[in-house]
Every structure is written in C-alpha cells, then in structure tokens.
Design a binder for this molecule. Structure first.
Ligand code: NAD
Length: 247
C-alpha cells in the first residue's frame, strides 16, 4: 500500500462536481492538492479554505487546460509550490451534445480540445516530475460513453475513447517505471453535467441502469483513491464505475 501522506496531486477541473470529490478524498488522505479551475474561482477558493481548516494543504490555480501554455503554467505552479508532483488527475471535461448532422466544427473541436488535447497538454509538462515519484499516478476521467458510444455524442465519445487509447499506450511505455497510467470510466453521475440531460431522458437512462440509480461523485473519488493507494500493479486499465450499465 502506498502512503499518500505528503504526496502532491493536480486535479484538473477540481473545484466542482467529480473533481471536487476527488480533491477532497485525496486531501483527507494527506495529499497536497493543486485544484485547477477554469472559471469556478469562488468554488476553488472555498474548497482550498475548507481543506486548510481541516489541516490539509491545497492551492487553487486558474488555467484553461485546453491551452498548452496555461497547462504548463499549472504544472509549474504545483512544482514551484510543493517541490514535487506525484499524481495527475485529468478530470476537466465538457459536453456539447448534438446529433452529428447538427454538430458544428466548433462543437467538435472544443470538446476534443477540453477533454482530450488537455490530457496531452498536462501530461507533457508533468511527466518528468511524476517520473521522479516512487508511486507516480496518471489517472484520466474518461466515460462509459467512450466505451459504448452515446446518441448525440460523437465528439464526446471520440474524446473519451481517445483518452482510453492514450492511457493504454502510455501505460506500456512507462510500465518499467514506478508510474501507472489508468482511466476511470464513470457511468451517469449526479453532477451539473448530468443535470443538463432533460428529465424524461434521464428517467429512461436510470431505468436501464442495473442498480437503478445515478452514481455519486464520491464513488468516483473512491476509485481514484484506490488507484493511488493500492494500484501499484494496476496499469493501462479502465476502471468502470457505472452501476452495471456497461460490462
Ligand atoms: P462538471 O461540469 O461538474 O465539472 C467539469 C469540470 O471541468 C469543472 O470543474 C469545469 O470548470 C472544468 N473545466 C471545463 N473546461 C475546463 C478547461 N478548459 N480547463 C480547466 N477546467 C475545465 O462535470 P463532472 O460531471 O464533474 O465531470 C468531471 C469529469 O467526469 C469530466 O471529464 C466528465 O466528462 C467526466 N464524466 C462525467 C460523468 C457524469 O455523469 N457526470 C460521466 C462520465 C464522465
């Protein structure tokens, strides 16, 4: 088991939703967390304050991770502040759901940029630092949609499937090092992203989930903690946390 006390993590999009749950879980386990946000500055600052009140260490850093210069500055801020980087959680993501006939080039590029190109943008500057860790972890929050596809989600499914291919390939390249590379594929999790789905559509989705409920952000955070703490021999995998919706 890896002792996480004093380890340093970056969580992209870590101020709200699944990212905030991951941030809290890691902080509760002694990890110094760099909470990246794009526009949610208030949420990020209040999360930093609450982690500090509970005796943890945290830092909020604004960066649009779809921009490579800003992603590089995010990594520098983490290393300059805490002197090391052990864990990178690529969580930032957006949807722009439209059937392919209605999908604009901008809808395509934006979703690929924020969900997939951001992974390149963060891993690229982070890898040299994470490689120095005795238990480096690169974890990308992909999606069930990247595995099974989704109506009106060609852009999002392509980005999330791309994250899985990236994960397997980088895992192979780093297998001889102490760095593991994995993806988590959540099903439908109760956050603002799922709140965008019309209620009648969501009811139909829940009816198809074998466990008959949406997942909670904390249930994804527990998966991240497991990979960080107990995942030394787990690499190149997709951890499905989806109530049985995709097997
Ligand atoms: P959310 O909308 O609550 O959170 C998304 C986060 O990404 C926010 O913090 C947002 O500020 C951040 N973000 C967006 N664009 C960014 C950018 N350019 N730079 C930096 N940060 C940016 O949604 P969520 O449900 O918490 O989603 C978190 C991740 O989980 C996403 O990658 C999403 O695709 C994935 N996911 C969610 C679900 C679900 O059902 N909620 C299912 C599968 C996968």
């Amino acid at each position: 088991m890896t002792n996480l006390q004093g380890k340093v993590a970056i969580v992209t999009g870590g101020a709200v939703g699944i990212g905030a749950a991951i941030t809290k879980e890691l902080a509760q386990n002694g990890v110094k967390v760099v909470i990246n946000y794009n526009s949610s500055s208030q949420a990020a600052e209040s999360l930093v304050a609450s982690i500090k009140e509970n005796g943890g260490e945290a830092l909020a850093v604004q960066a649009d991770v779809s921009n490579s210069d800003q992603a590089a500055k995010l990594v520098s801020a983490a290393v300059d502040t805490y002197g090391q980087l052990d864990i990178l959680v690529n969580n930032a993501g957006i949807t722009r759901d439209r059937s392919f006939k209605k999908l604009s080039e901008e809808d395509w590029r934006k979703v690929i940029d924020v969900n997939l190109n951001s992974v390149y943008n963060t891993v690229s500057p982070a890898l040299a630092h994470i490689s120095q860790s005795d238990a480096g972890r690169i974890i990308s929050i992909s999606s069930i949609i990247g595995q099974a596809g989704g109506f009106g989600q060609t852009n999002y499914a392509a980005a999330k499937a791309g994250m899985i291919g990236f994960t397997k390939s980088l895992a192979l390249e780093l297998a001889k090092s102490s760095v593991t590379v994995n993806a988590i594929c959540p099903g439908f999790i109760e956050t603002s992203m799922v709140a965008e789905i019309p209620e009648n559509v969501l009811e139909q989705i829940v009816a198809k989930i074998p466990q008959k409920r949406l997942g909670q952000a904390e249930e994804i955070a527990k998966g991240v903690l497991f990979l960080c703490k107990d995942g030394a021999y787990i690499t190149g995998q997709q951890l499905n946390i989806n109530g049985g919706l995709y097997m």
